[in-house]
Design a protein around this ligand. Structure first.
Ligand code: ADP
Length: 624
């Protein structure tokens, strides 16, 4: 039975091939309890080794707990998790990295220097003793030799000494030193999460007190969720939580950044128990010429081709004189479910709520929730003894879910006086309908309902979109209309509205889950101007966006809103920013539809996706 162990230190990589050795070092003994004979050691001392391709054999990662790292508080955030992966170069910068020579050459020079000057000094020492010259009287060459000796000694000690010494001291820690194991033994087939000894110290942990808190979180005596309130420092809370998580799971979080984010800005609003943040690239499409204004549209996505394609659509729209968007409706909804003892009693409430004479009184109660909330309508639906009440209200520049929920609660409290037998089952009864595909949103609308159109000239269809008007019209009919009907689609009569909606939502801090109903869209195409030009439209009944509240106030998202000129609350007319954002979303979808449909009709789709949407990198190198 043979086993390969890679022992990776910040300075060098040592590979042990072990074939049954009785006299193996303790670290190997722990790993290979049954091994007995030979150890061959190969040291790779070259600097700048390319990352090794991963082995198909299982890899178990262990943490680095060397004492020199214990006190190292200046590591980069990416090295916070102290697990070293042998496939990556060491994340800890070394002084030797600054040297212009390859490592083996540098080592050779310092070795030679050390022995030469040592020999020279010993020789001089003997001479002085023979000639009775005082030892402290040194010549210039001796002084230089002493300096060289010290320098080379420090270098060699730093290179070989520390790790060597550490393999003997701190025996309880030795097996936790950073190494990776490539083991061809079957039973090690999967790296199992395990509770790590709470030894490593995070880069950002600066004191013994922090270390104690990490240990308490790992042991469970301090709940992870309470760190922010306990420490009064959101950044530190995230760092400690992250370190505790790494120790508990044994999984490194090297690629997840910690630094560069304002953790105060999400407290109590956007995300609980943060441990870092995910980076999503933001591309730019435009200018989108819409209602006479030009907009550069930020799109956060990891799908290759998407931004490029939307950009091409924007170009076609621009060259054809722009697009027009009309806001048809603006109202957020919430529908509680209430239950009565009989269907008749449920019907009484339905009639009461739908009676126009009662609307004003209900509005006054509802509108108390916010100066921006204005009740627009109440629509009821009955299922036996249960009543679903769909309230619709305007919400200013907020997307409005909180606002409308507060208003609904006010009304339910008010109704309880006249209908004491009403049992409130839930503030949301799914007739709203939030974050689920539903016919009610498709038919009635939710949030902003927008229609957007443009006439694309024959010339632009040919030169920019590389297709023809009849080909586009036919494809739209057979794909977006007939094909979606055959599929039994609900609001999915389009090519890829969700792509554009999601990308703009993420960039501008909208709720990405509301992409579901916000992407409801029917794309229509027909020839106009004697069949020369193309009329294209997108009708989107449920675009749910806001420019205040939620994720819109975060720095990156706020910058993207600012780029569109819709950041925050509109001063002139409350709600104007959110409404403009909804029309921009629809305009961008129009551009996206135009470009993708053209790519499909001209047979370019697969080709361009192979070029821009497929990684040429060797995936086996990336997979772990
Ligand atoms: P949502 O209802 O979308 O979840 P929030 O309730 O979190 O949003 O945010 C709306 C908050 O912003 C409310 O407190 C509201 O009073 C405030 N606000 C300030 N200006 C505006 C505006 N122009 N439109 C809507 N809300 C605004």
């Amino acid at each position: 039975m043979s086993n390969i162990i890679r022992f990776t230190t910040p300075r060098h990589r040592i590979q042990f091939t072990c074939i049954n050795s009785p006299s193996k070092p303790p670290i190997i003994r722990r790993l290979l309890p049954t091994a007995t004979t030979t150890i061959t050691i190969s040291m790779d001392l070259r600097r700048g080794l390319p990352p090794k391709p991963p082995s198909t054999t299982p890899i178990i990662r262990h943490r680095k707990t060397t004492s020199n790292n214990k006190n190292n508080n200046n590591r980069s955030p990416s090295s916070t998790g102290t697990v070293i992966d042998h496939r990556s170069p060491s994340p800890i910068p070394k002084a030797s990295d600054a040297l212009p020579l390859p490592l083996y050459l540098t080592n050779g020079i310092f070795f030679t220097l050390f022995f030469c000057v040592a020999y020279f000094l010993l020789h001089r020492w003997r001479e002085k003793i023979r000639s009775s010259t005082p030892l402290h009287v040194v010549t210039l060459s001796e002084l230089a030799a002493i300096v060289s000796l010290i320098a080379s000694f420090i270098y060699l000690l730093g290179f070989f000494g520390i790790d060597f010494v550490q393999s003997f001291i701190g025996t309880s820690r030795v097996d936790e030193d950073n190494f990776t194991l490539e083991d061809d033994v079957e039973h090690h087939s999967k790296p199992k999460p395990r509770i790590m000894d709470p030894l490593p110290t995070a880069a950002t942990l600066t004191s013994k007190k922090d270390e104690d808190i990490v240990k308490s979180v790992v042991s469970g005596s301090i709940p992870s969720y309470s760190l922010e309130s306990k420490l009064g420092d959101c950044r530190k809370a995230a760092s400690i939580r992250r370190e505790a998580l790494e120790r508990k799971t044994g999984r490194p979080l090297l690629g997840l950044p910690l630094e560069g984010f304002d953790y105060n800005s999400i407290l109590g609003q956007c995300c609980e128990m943060p441990i870092g943040y995910v980076q999503v690239p933001v591309g730019i499409a435009g200018p989108l010429l819409l209602n006479g204004g030009e907009y550069m549209v930020p799109m956060a996505t990891t799908e290759g081709c998407l931004v490029a394609s939307t950009n091409r659509g924007c170009k076609a729209i621009f060259a054809s004189g722009g697009a027009t968007a009309i806001l048809l409706k603006d109202g957020m909804t919430r529908a509680p479910v209430v239950r009565f003892g009989s269907a008749a009693r449920a019907s009484h409430l339905k009639f009461f709520l739908e009676d126009t004479l009662n609307f004003d009184a209900l509005s006054i109660v509802f509108n108390k929730s916010s100066r921006f909330a204005r009740l627009q309508s109440i629509k009821c639906s009955i299922a036996g003894k249960n009543l679903y009440i769909r309230f619709t209200c305007s919400t200013g520049d907020a997307m409005g879910m909180n606002m409308v929920s507060k208003g609904v609660q006010n009304v339910l409290d008010f109704l309880q006086i006249d209908f004491p037998d009403m049992e409130v089952i839930g503030i949301s009864g799914n007739f709203c309908s939030d974050k689920k595909p539903s016919a009610v949103n498709w038919i009635e609308g939710r949030g902003k309902s927008v229609v957007c159109e443009s006439v694309i000239t024959a010339d632009v269809v040919k030169k920019v979109l590389k297709t023809t008007v009849p080909a586009l019209v036919e494809l739209n009919m057979l794909k977006n209309l007939t094909g979606s009907a055959i599929a039994g689609s609900l609001g999915g009569f389009n090519a890829h509205a969700a792509n554009i909606v999601s990308a703009v939502f993420i960039a501008t801090g909208q709720d990405p889950a509301q992409n579901i109903e916000s992407s409801h869209c029917i794309t229509m195409m027909e020839p106009v101007n004697s069949g020369k030009d193309l009329h294209i439209s997108v009708t989107m009944p449920s675009i749910e966006v806001g420019t205040v509240g939620g994720g819109t106030q975060l720095a990156s998202q706020s910058a993207c809103l600012n780029l569109l000129g819709v950041k925050g609350a509109s001063k002139e007319s409350p709600g104007a920013n959110a409404r403009l954002l909804a029309t921009i979303v629809a305009g961008s979808v129009l551009a996206g539809e135009l470009s993708l449909m053209s790519a499909i009709s001209s047979g370019q789709l697969v080709k361009s996706h192979m070029k821009y949407n497929r990684s040429n990198r060797d995936m086996t190198v990336i997979s772990s």
